[in-house]
Each structure stands twice: as structure tokens, then as C-alpha cells.
Design a protein around this ligand. Structure first.
Ligand code: GAP
Length: 458
């Protein structure tokens, strides 16, 4: 489905997000010095930090705050039979048409979103200049070869989802973790899809990272847990500052359901290009475990000691994208305002997501301020991720920190040298207070632990 139309004007355009990401070193187009490679991005310093925080918050919610889920990190390359059993070899396809005129390829089911190569304007619903072939199915998996001989016996695939790595380890995990359903196995890792329709920055790329969890439950409890995980996952986004109005759950129609799913709902976010999928929550039934049991010959079931019977658990799967979540957090946090006649651009990120929590800035580079600021920086960074910034005017340095979303600025000035206090500046309100330098660590660690809501909510 293409992005749904929304009557509300977007608060920020994708171009503005792309420009900020480039300007502040979050994300760069990959292989840029060679002209780029489509839909592939490299993450710079602040991008890596933000991305790690997104993943850290997911691990916190999925593992850190509960006892019923364990972690896994499975290999990207798996036995080719995995993809036969999962149905990906047969069914992970998009219908594709070629244009005999402009030479481009389009998804047959997304022609209304496509752009003709000959006439570079949108043609909603009509391809006057295009001469399209019949649709044929195109498998999205990247094929590669294991070992030096390029023959069919050594064909392997870069995993198109992290989920199958979990199913094929069900038996291993069950033995070591000594869990009984309901219990989950979670992993974060790269996945690869040879997407035909890309674009929209890091929303849809060919190499991306997923945060997936398979929650194994007694079959009769599947509907209950499906509903539980929809609520939990919506709450994760709102607790991290995404505004309710920009988030919704959309149940898939029967024609949209994947081959393995009996029910799926998408968490959708109002991206600048319209409502689009952020995360999928699926009731996968017993499809995957049964398929892998059939193809591997291994028993993949749980033996219930109390009842004296074995059964194949059903699976509820919340499947999120790291890159998409990161984009949504940036879009929701992006803001501009005028302060004393000057435009200020900032990311009002949840402090736990912000790449840097505190910036320590000497007011000027003299009178002992840089030395004192460095000492304070060493103390602060032992408690929260911090940055020391000495170059340029103080206004310029604050603008830089605002754009990377740093929630707290600490200025070391003349008064610091006299009474040991510093200025603590709040990114969102711009309020400034004087705080004894030795209290900063405790103050900032406490602020970081507080619940937070987007200041855009007023
Ligand atoms: N195991 C189920 C599964 O993979 P999916 O809806 O295809 O389901 C789950 O993917 C999530 O992974 C999506 O909601 C999205 O956040 C992310 N994702 C999928 N394809 C992506 C792509 N090409 N680029 C970026 N993120 C993607």
C-alpha cells in the first residue's frame, strides 16, 4: 500500500530532515564520492549514537524490564533450506513490470506511486509515456555464493528478516533458557531486501536493521497476547516521546496478510510522505515451527510436564525497523522557532534517545575557563554521555547542540571561576539556572530517569 493521504500539512519535510542529517553528521548517502549507490546510507557519529539509543531502549523494554524474554544474535547467512521452509524462496516476491520506453522497473502493485523515467512528473494511475511489459514475480532476497565455486550447490541468501534465525534456534534456546510458554526470543540485526521501490531516505532501504521478537504462547492464548503486544509496542513509542496523534494501529485486510499470518496490525506513523508502516505485529500461529520441523526433521515443540503432552506453541511477533523508528523519532522531534529574531532549529528528542545528553561549553577560550570546563566535563561524562565543545561563539555552539538534540547545556563562565556554579540550560524551554558544578552529575542522572513528554504537546 502506498502512503495514505493525510489532510494535515507535515510539520517537517523529508528534505529538511535529510539536510539536518547531512549538516550535523547523522547520516550520509553511501559511497558518495563515487556518485552514491541507491538507497544505501552510512551513519555518522551522531547517527550511530542515536541509532544505538533506539536499540538500547528496545532492549531495555524487551529484556531489561522483564523476565520472560531472552536475547539471540543469529547469523546473517543461514542454510538455504531455511528459506524454503519459511516460504521466502517461493513467496517473498513483488510483481514487477518493465517499461520498454524509459527502461525503468516498477512494482506492478505500486504504479500510482511510480515515476516515469521519460517524463519526470508523477502520473497518478496512468503511464501515458510508458510501454509496460506484463507483470512477473521478482524475489526480493539477495543471492550470494558460499565458497569459491559459483555453482547452485553453494547458493545462499542474505537474510530478508531476522525472524527465521529465531525459529531455527527454538530448540537450542528452550534447552538452555528453561522457559515455558509464554516466553520470547528477541534479536536485533541487519536484514537485506532487494527492494524495487526505494526512496524516502532511510524509510525503505536495501540494507536495514530489524528489532524482532517471537513470543511463543499456548495456542489458546494467542489472541490475548496479540492484543497485549499491540498495546505494549504502541506504548514504547509514546513513552519515548512520539505524539499520540501521529501514531495509529491499522489491522491488515485479508488480501494484505502474509502467507504465514492469521492476523497482522501495523503501527503506522504520520511520516512527511503520509501514514506509513513503522512496525508490524503479527499472529503467526504455528506456521514457522511446523514448517521448520517438517523441513529439518527435528521436533520443534514444547512438552508440558503438568499436562503430560507436547504441543507446538503459537507465535506473536512484534517486528520493528531500527532505521524507520529512528526516522520517526527525528521527524517527531524536529522543530523550529524564532528566538530574539533568529530562527532556531532543534530536535526535541526524548533525553534517553538524544545522542549526547549534556554539552560542556566554556564561555570563552581564556581566563582558565577551558581548563575548568574540561574538569567539569570529565566529572559529568562519568555519569551521562557528554561532549566538550570549545570552538566558535557560544551562540553557534548552542545552535549545533540544539540541532543534534542535546537536552542540557552547561556553560562555564566568569562566575564559575568565582563561586563554582555553572549555567544549566534546558534545550526545550531555554530556561537557565545556576547549579554548583559538583551537583551536576546527580542532577543530570536524575533528570534522565524522569518520565518525559514531548514539549510540542504544550
Ligand atoms: N518478520 C516479519 C517482518 O520482517 P516486515 O513488515 O517485512 O515483517 C518488519 O518488516 C519491519 O522491518 C517493518 O515494519 C519496517 O520497520 C522494517 N523494514 C522492513 N523492510 C524495510 C526496508 N526495506 N527498509 C527499512 N526498514 C524495513
Amino acid at each position: 500500500m502506498g502512503p495514505a493521504q493525510e489532510t494535515r500539512a507535515p510539520e517537517v519535510t523529508l528534505d529538511e530532515i535529510v539536510a539536518l542529517c547531512k549538516r550535523r553528521g547523522f547520516i550520509f548517502p553511501s559511497s558518495e564520492i563515487y556518485g552514491g549507490i541507491g538507497s544505501t546510507y552510512d551513519y555518522g557519529h551522531y547517527g550511530v549514537l542515536l541509532r544505538n539509543n533506539v536499540k538500547g531502549e528496545w532492549w531495555r523494554a524487551i529484556i531489561g524490564e522483564r523476565d520472560d524474554i531472552v536475547a539471540l544474535d543469529s547469523a546473517i547467512l543461514q542454510h538455504p533450506r531455511v528459506w524454503e521452509a519459511s516460504g521466502h524462496l517461493e513467496g517473498f516476491t513483488d510483481p514487477l513490470v518493465d517499461c520498454r520506453t524509459c527502461g525503468l522497473r516498477f512494482r506492478a502493485d505500486k504504479l500510482e506511486d511510480a515515476q516515469c523515467g521519460r517524463k519526470p512528473s508523477m502520473h497518478p494511475g496512468e503511464f501515458k509515456e510508458c510501454d509496460l511489459t506484463d507483470a512477473r514475480e521478482f524475489n526480493l532476497m539477495f543471492e550470494t555464493h558460499v565458497g569459491p565455486v559459483k555453482d547452485t550447490a553453494s547458493t545462499a541468501y542474505l537474510r530478508p528478516e531476522t525472524a527465521q534465525g529465531i525459529f531455527i534456534n527454538f530448540k537450542n534456546v528452550l534447552q538452555f533458557a528453561r522457559k515455558k510458554p509464554p516466553f520470547g526470543i528477541a534479536q536485533i540485526g541487519k536484514s537485506f531486501r532487494n527492494e524495487i521501490t526505494t526512496g524516502n531516505f532511510i524509510f525503505r532501504t536495501r540494507e536495514f536493521e530489524q528489532m524482532e521478537m517471537e513470543y511463543f504462547v499456548p495456542p489458546a492464548e494467542a489472541p490475548k497476547w496479540y492484543s497485549y503486544w499491540m498495546d505494549e509496542r504502541m506504548r514504547w513509542y509514546t513513552d519515548l516521546g512520539i505524539r499520540d496523534d501521529n501514531l495509529k494501529l491499522r489491522a491488515h485486510g485479508a488480501d494484505e496478510l502474509s502467507h504465514y499470518s492469521s492476523a497482522t496490525s501495523d503501527v503506522e506513523y504520520l511520516f512527511p510522505m503520509g501514514w506509513s508502516e513503522l512496525e508490524g505485529i503479527a499472529n503467526r500461529g504455528d506456521f514457522d515451527l511446523k514448517q521448520h520441523a517438517k523441513f529439518s526433521g527435528e521436533k520443534l515443540e514444547y512438552f508440558d510436564q503438568e499436562k503430560g503432552e507436547a504441543y507446538v506453541p503459537h507465535v506473536i511477533e512484534p517486528a520493528a525497523g531500527v532505521d524507520r523508528a529512528m526516522l520517526a523519532f527525528m521527524v517527531d522531534a524536529y522543530d523550529t522557532e524564532e528566538v530574539e529574531g533568529r530562527k532556531r532549529t532543534l530536535l526535541r528528542l526524548h533525553p534517553r534517545l538524544a545522542p549526547v545528553k549534556a554539552a560542556v561549553l566554556p564561555l570563552v577560550s581564556k581566563d582558565g575557563m577551558p581548563e575548568r570546563a574540561r574538569e567539569i566535563y570529565q566529572e559529568v561524562r562519568a555519569r551521562v554521555p557528554a561532549e566538550y565543545d570549545e570552538g566558535g561563539s557560544i551562540g553557534k555552539r548552542y545552535r549545533r547542540q540544539d540541532e543534534i538534540g542535546t537536552p542540557w547545556g552547561i556553560t562555564v563562565d566568569g562566575q564559575t571561576m568565582e563561586d563554582g556554579t555553572v549555567t544549566l540550560r534546558d534545550r526545550d524551554t531555554l530556561a537557565q539556572e545556576r547549579v554548583p558544578a559538583e551537583e551536576l552529575g546527580d542532577r543530570l542522572a536524575a533528570k534522565l530517569a524522569e518520565p518525559w513528554r514531548s514539549p510540542k504537546l504544550g
